[in-house]
Design a protein around this ligand. Sequence first.
Ligand code: CA
Length: 485
Amino acid sequence: MLRSALLAIIAISAAHAADKPNIILIYADDLGWGDVSCNGATAVQTPNIDRIAKEGINFNSGYATSSTCTPSRFSLLTGKYAWRQQGTGVLPGDAAMIIDPAKPTLPAMLKKAGYRTGAVGKWHLGLGGKEGVNWNQEIKPSPRELGFDFSHIMAATGDRVPCVFIEDGKVQNLDPADPIEVTYKQGFKGYEGLPNGVKDRASLKMDWSQGHNMAVINGIGRIGYMKGGTKALWNDEEMADHLAGQALRFIRESKDAPFFLYFAMHDIHVPRVPNPRFVGKTSMGPRGDAIVQADWQVGEVLRLLDELKLAENTLLIFTSDNGPVIDDGYKDQAQEKLGTHKPAGPWSGGKYSILEGGTRVPFLVRWPARVKPDQKSSAIVNQIDFAKSFATLTGGDGNFPDSQDVLPALLGESEEGREYNIEHSGQLAIRMANWKFIPAGPKGKVPDRLINLGKDPSESDNLAETFPQKMQELKAKLAEVKGGE
Ligand code: CA
């Protein structure tokens, strides 16, 4: 009797495990398709990222939804195209939360399906309500209101104030006697006495090339002004250790339940200030060394999964929020030391671009219990599809407007991914099979373009006049997607 009950319990927990693997999404920032050695990079080695590819699937048509941070993250977490909602472009660090907590989100869906959910790292989706954030009290809404049981985040980006970490809605290490004030209004009103990147430029440890000349924190100019919170300020050199530590902490604390970890690394966004132990690891200066640092963080996660014996039943995804950028506002030698390295691989464009390099990013999936190792896939998959696909996987509610169930493709069981892929960089483009249509630019400066990506990865040969019917087909599909929700 006792034995059969025990067997039944074992059977139930085994079934539970197969349905509900742990899910870890490691989200790099501004890392290009060609920035990892499993996609051909030689000037930088990424053995830990490569290990995910070797033990799982490497997608060559895996996409971020947009070519910048905020809209990609918005689309990933809501299963809804950011371009359907006003105000989802790159946000200042004191923006209000742009995701409506009343609408479906990926973490809320997984939480309801029985997962412990955590967000660590870069947020950049706004915090608090429209009345403005008071950084000195509990901030609502924060990731908790979107379904994250735990969060340890930076409000926006490394190059924007406030330069502090926020855990579960509260600024960490904040001294109430030294309250934080933040503004993104132009001019120095109220902040005249504090260092800024214009008058104190000579003292900066990393000079700026564009913007990044307001508050000076840790010797680096930022976007926006900030005062107070001295004890709470982060140290850029220790950021990777800090965030990896929080990701590992969440995994340890969640190991007995199915868990979902959204680990949004800061690397390799600017300012690129890797820890001294990574400095000089490549010939490419801080940008290359930050890639090595990103790879180290991935290795920390892999190591802990092995140590806790969780690797087998953890669905691990590694990808990036948009394509690469070389000079993104700091004089960090990224251009001068690039050499022959191709951050976007064979694709043209990068961050901010409608060309493939803008959104086609490293995209790796590993799940030893179900996914065969050493696979390559050409299925078209997009980060917006995680919401619906994970709902299918976990029995959750898949009510997401733009997300598609591409689970068989994500698990390497099918080469059929999306029929179409929408690319976004302010304007929209559409890919179907190997064809891509980029509508004419504003004022007709650039004509309608039809590209055959299979033959022309650099997108230099406009076939609009050669295949007008094909172009009409893509144009119609794009109009249909734009019209629907
Ligand atoms: Ca980014």
